[in-house]
Design a protein around this ligand. Structure first.
Ligand code: GUN
Length: 288
């Protein structure tokens, strides 16, 4: 079997076309959706992600503001900017790109964002609401992953889902969303014994580990749906410098029924759902 590709670029474009119309509708009502992005430090990957987010806003008719700070900036400077943006009616979403430098208390920074503008869905209120299945901002990467199932008509009811990785950004919210959708969910992590045995049970396998090509074809159940959240840069060999996922794509695609490529899978969908959350926040502001 050769897996069908779940194309995040195509799905993202389809959704973003609708977002542009929504942004125009809101602007006509006097509410132009706006996103503020804060980047601290010089992490190369974060710089690329932030640039992509700002460009995506421009294409979708969403106003954006970018604030960049040196790696050694005093945390108070960032707290002051967040306070200013919390009070700014032009801004409906505030995103602080992670990771932050070591002298920052990342949790305190995220909690400083007004809940109504927490379009990343990282604040405790949002996490609690997600857990209880209440309306909330769904964290963008797992939200984007869920859109693939919807688009491909893949039902999750009664399926065995295995999420590899337990981060606050991806693994935990992903598990919650899969569970709400009716899957039986196992979360594996660095202390899991016999990762392969868990993976081989998965009808739905989500890899969010941050280790290049860690999930290989022999760890995948024939016909499984594989969502690869990893974005890793290959360090050596003929492909050095290229991007790859947490899944070994070449061996996995021979076993899976559907698979997301890297690049071009989950990455573009993360940005797409950031736009969706920003629009949702602006809509709430428009109807308040
Ligand atoms: N760093 C990696 N992924 C994300 C994300 O989804 N949001 C933020 N703010 N930082 C990230």
């Amino acid at each position: 079997m050769t897996a069908q590709l779940l194309d995040g670029v195509a799905l993202g474009q389809k959704l973003r076309a609708g977002f542009k119309l929504k942004a125009e509708e809101l602007a006509a009502q006097g509410v132009r959706p706006g996103l503020a992005v804060i980047l601290v430090g010089e992490d190369a990957a974060s710089q690329v992600y932030v640039r992509n987010k700002v460009n995506a806003c421009a294409q979708a008719g969403i106003h954006s503001e970018k604030y960049t700070y040196a790696p050694d900036v005093a945390p108070q400077v960032v707290f002051d900017k967040i306070a200013e943006l919390n009070a700014d009616p032009k801004i409906h979403g505030i995103l602080v790109q992670l990771p932050l430098p070591g002298h920052f208390d990342a949790d305190a920074v995220l909690e400083a964002i007004a809940p109504a503008k927490d379009v990343d869905g990282f604040r405790a209120e949002n996490v609690g609401a997600l857990m209880q299945g209440q309306p909330c901002f769904i964290p963008c990467t797992p939200y984007g992953a869920m859109k693939f199932f919807e688009e491909a008509g893949i039902s999750l009811k009664g399926k065995e889902a295995v999420v590899v990785g337990r981060s606050n950004i991806v693994g935990k919210p992903m598990a919650m969303l899969l569970m709400h959708a009716g899957a039986t969910v196992t979360v594996c992590h660095s202390q899991t014994r016999d990762l392969k045995a868990h993976c081989l049970r998965a009808d739905i396998l989500v890899a969010a580990i941050g280790k290049a090509k860690m999930i290989t074809g022999d760890m995948i159940k024939p016909g499984a749906v594989v969502i690869d959240v990893g974005i890793n840069r290959i360090q050596e060999g003929p492909d050095a410098g290229k991007l790859c996922g947490d899944v070994d794509f070449e061996s996995a695609r021979e076993v899976a029924s559907f698979i997301t490529p890297v690049p071009g899978g989950v990455g573009p969908m993360t940005i797409t759902m950031l736009l969706a959350n920003t629009l949702e926040s602006a809509e709430r502001a428009a109807s308040a």
